[in-house]
Design a protein around this ligand. Sequence first.
Ligand code: CA
Length: 241
Amino acid sequence: MTNNKYKILVVEDEKNIRNLISNILQSSNYQVIEAATYCSAISLYASYHPDLILLDLGLPDQDGMCVIEKIREESLVPIIVLSARSDESDKVDALDAGANDYIMKPFGSAELLARVRSSLRNSRYNSDMSRVPNTCFMYRDLVIDYDARRVFIEKNEIKLTQNEYNIVAFLSQHSGKVMTYHSIIKKIWGYADNGSIKKLQVNMANIRKKFGEKIGENIYIVNELGIGYRMNGNEEYRVEE
Ligand code: CA
């Protein structure tokens, strides 16, 4: 086991934070590679091909966004952004550029490790998915049959409109990842205007009602306020023919 560790690239210019993150990860048996600049991040990425990247957006030589853009040219490796910026738009931009998740500084070690585990799990699942294209999505008692475009909870069919189904299917195909309002709207309606977010929110409210989710409940779909939505998923679900 000791030679078979997940490799995590930590890109953070502040030494104290970098050391803290490295210590947390190493004590959980991850191999850590450290970078303090954009240049070293790109070069270490190329040499080590890490399984996951933790990325600070404020780097001394280039914006951390450039790291996301550069890496997404060739790889879907999970990227978690470490954001000290309170501005929502930075998180949204990072997610739209292809980051999988974000963590707000300051964060606790339990949260950091949970996000890392979740991103690694989803990337394993997605790589399995790509080999088995026609499948069902299953999470707890929720089943989505992509071929039939039907959704069931506890074996009861949930009647969704076409748009509602498309939203649910899209979120489930990216389960575990926050999908921004922009990315969902673009996928479902193909355009964005000022009324689009409202339209999406109305659809989501109907979906949550049909799913039987009460306000504040996040069994299937998590409302990331001001950012977008995330569908839950975990290793319990199985790909079925
Ligand atoms: Ca920084």
